[in-house]
Design a protein around this ligand. Structure first.
Ligand SMILES: *Cc1c(COP(=O)(O)O)cnc(C)c1O
Length: 632
């Protein structure tokens, strides 16, 4: 049965992976001295960094890496698997320095590497992967990019070029001639074949796999590529078979199908004469549970099942095809990165004040139906709530018709709206255990709009583009039952920057007075894909970020703070001549005939202050006007 008033835990046991816990009124890290997100947020803000904040937790990156390796090592042992397990991080998932540096730092014990899909990513991989740790290079490549791969192996890197088409292989052969013509001992990158599978992925990102996919070699191309390597005496370089069936695989069945297909291709090539083949790369796709509601869970398998299936299937295929068990590579990105980042955004305003009793403008003589609404509201109780609710909805219809026909005025109409709203709200509370569809529907009518200081385009682009849900909850007041069905508005001027109240996946927030209380929302699992896909719609930029690290005593430290870009830097980024803008603003102010010199100087000071800050909002409460620089 649907619960009308939300429980207090916001589904943390579904998506939280024990990374956080609710302690009293706050949500805390389940690590070391368990600081609350509120405490961390306030200590960042007390240093003057306001607006939205991106908190990074390197210990959660470490946890994901050790969980991934741990599960595969366990599965290897369980099935007595002889090949190695190795992993690389696909850079496209998050290339930000404070993530990548932390990632390389916490993964030292694992020989963890990086995967690159473009020249810039390849440069990152070459400069951040320890020598010997694997680098894989996927995606379309030109001669220059392949040249970079040759340079990397000349430096001593352990690099595999995965080819997407036979043309790339021809380029490799050409580049090899140029690099190694004069050399007695040619140094050549290892080569992988990305295969085009029959098997399709599932979910929103399924297009990376399957026969119509943009990527990989068909059976015919595989045979052509094999012959080409043989002709050019390069078969000793062919060592990896690679596939990737898509991100956020909600179901394990397509992966198993793909593994059988890829495993048999691997075995066939190996038995045909590809003697150096030694690794199968299963790509990424390991999913993350984003749901806050049990009935809407996104995944039907565990990492344990995933690891078992991969190891077991490869073992079976190797046995039946009589080949050595290959090394298993993964390129999981989302699984590694998503949990490490939490966006914290201050609520600026609630839009529902008009529906308070104090806003009623009752007259000495009201239209009889308004009087009746008022009486219904006053005598509403559990036993009559359903009946009175229906009566009030009926009255509202009649009153709105009376208004359209000119029989009642705007004040009567406003009283109608307020009273019906109050009646719905109270009925929902009184009838909250009943959970009917009607109540569900009514909730969407009385939802509260929370204006939140962030940009969904910048910080949750997958919500904007793909309606991907991210867990949301307030970081305080978690000991109080939230009763407001909530819609979240971001501060962009775009109606897509709105997370609607969804009666099937309801989000409830607290009734708060922003003039008295700070109220912050946290958006979890934003560490994968969101940062680099984020766009500067309305010129809102990457929020101020900070890494939360722990010292020996278990106390947290705020490290590696990167402040959100200021307005001039944002304009400079899109190639405005900021000097010219600066001069123009100054000239316009100086030549103004409306104000005197002292006033001009004062306003000039203000402009410079504003230009040195970012675009996110300050308080928008009128009664905070004089504390103008008290940023939210
Ligand atoms: C995107 C991508 C990945 C990462 O996928 P996740 O779902 O984030 O694990 C891995 N390999 C390749 C080739 C990719 O394109």
């Amino acid at each position: 049965m649907l619960k009308i008033v939300n429980s207090l835990d916001y589904g943390i046991d579904i998506w939280g992976e024990d990374n956080f816990l609710i302690k009293g009124s706050t949500i805390n890290l389940n690590y070391k001295k368990q600081p609350s997100l509120l405490e961390i947020t306030q200590s960042v803000r007390s240093r003057g960094y306001k607006g939205p904040l991106l908190l990074r937790f390197p210990h959660l990156i470490k946890k994901q890496i050790s969980t991934l390796y741990g599960e595969f090592e366990r599965a290897k042992e369980e099935f007595n698997y002889q090949g190695n397990f190795q992993a690389v991080f696909p850079l496209k998932v998050n290339q930000y320095p404070n993530f990548i540096n932390a990632l390389m730092d916490v993964s030292k014990a694992y020989n963890y590497g990086l995967e690159a899909g473009s020249k810039a990513e390849l440069i990152l991989a070459m400069s951040h992967t320890p020598l010997g740790a694997p680098i894989t290079v996927n995606g379309f490549k030109d001669k220059e990019m392949i040249g970079l791969c040759f340079i990397a192996v000349n430096m001593g890197h352990n690099l595999t070029i995965t080819i997407e088409g036979v043309g790339e292989l021809q380029t490799i052969i050409l580049v090899n001639k140029e690099f190694n013509a004069e050399r007695e001992h040619p140094i050549i990158p290892k080569i992988g074949f990305r295969i085009r599978l029959h098997s399709m992925g599932v979910g929103m990102w399924a297009k990376s796999g399957g026969y119509s996919s943009k990527f990989g070699l068909t059976s015919t191309e595989l045979l052509d590529a094999y012959e080409l390597l043989k002709t050019h005496n390069l078969l000793d370089k062919l060592w990896m078979i690679h596939f990737h069936i898509g991100s956020q695989m909600s179901n394990i069945a397509p992966l198993k199908k793909a593994l059988r297909e890829a495993g048999n291709i691997y075995a066939d090539l190996k038995n045909r004469g590809a003697f150096a083949l030694g690794a199968i790369n299963i790509g990424g796709g390991l999913a993350v549970e984003y749901s806050q509601h049990k009935h809407a869970k996104e995944i039907n398998y565990s990492l344990r099942e995933f690891a078992n299936d991969v190891v077991y299937l490869m073992k079976e295929i190797s046995k039946s095809k009589k080949i050595e068990e290959p090394d298993i590579f993964t390129e999981s990105g989302r699984f590694i990165a998503s949990s490490h980042a939490v966006l914290i955004a201050p609520v600026l305003e609630l839009f529902s004040q008009e529906y308070h009793e104090k806003s009623l403008r009752l007259k000495t003589i009201n239209p009889p139906l308004v009087t009746e609404l008022y009486d219904l509201w006053c005598s509403l109780k559990r036993s009559n709530a359903r009946e009175y609710l229906h009566d009030s909805l009926d009255h509202m219809e009649s009153l709105l018709t009376l208004f359209d026909l000119g029989y009642i005025d705007l004040e009567d109409r406003s009283n109608t709206e307020i009273l019906v709203n109050l009646i719905i709200k109270k009925s929902i509370l009184l009838l909250k255990d009943e959970g009917t569809d009607e109540l569900k529907m009514l909730q969407s009518q009385i939802q509260e709009r929370y204006l939140v200081n962030f940009s969904a385009f910048q910080s949750l682009p997958d919500f904007w583009g793909l309606k991907q849900h991210f867990p949301i909850l307030p970081i305080d007041k978690l000991d109080i039952k939230p009763t407001n069905p909530a819609t979240i508005w971001d501060i962009t001027c775009d109606s897509d920057g709105e997370i609607d109240f969804n009666p099937d996946l309801p989000l409830y927030l607290h009734d708060i007075d922003i003039n008295k209380d700070e109220y912050f929302l946290a958006f979890f699992l934003t560490g994968a894909y969101q940062e680099v896909l984020g766009m500067k719609h309305n010129l809102f930029t990457h929020p101020t970020e900070v890494s939360i690290e722990f010292d020996e005593q278990g106390d947290y430290r705020l490290n590696k703070i990167i402040v959100s870009q200021n307005i001039m830097d944002v304009l400079d980024d899109i190639d405005y001549n900021t000097d010219a803008i600066d001069k123009k603003l100054k000239r316009q102010l100086q030549s103004s005939k409306l104000i005197n010199q002292a006033q001009k100087d004062e306003l000039l000071g203000k402009i410079y202050l504003y230009l040195s800050e970012n675009s996110y909002l300050k308080t928008i409460q009128a009664n905070n006007e004089d504390s103008n620089f008290d940023t939210l």
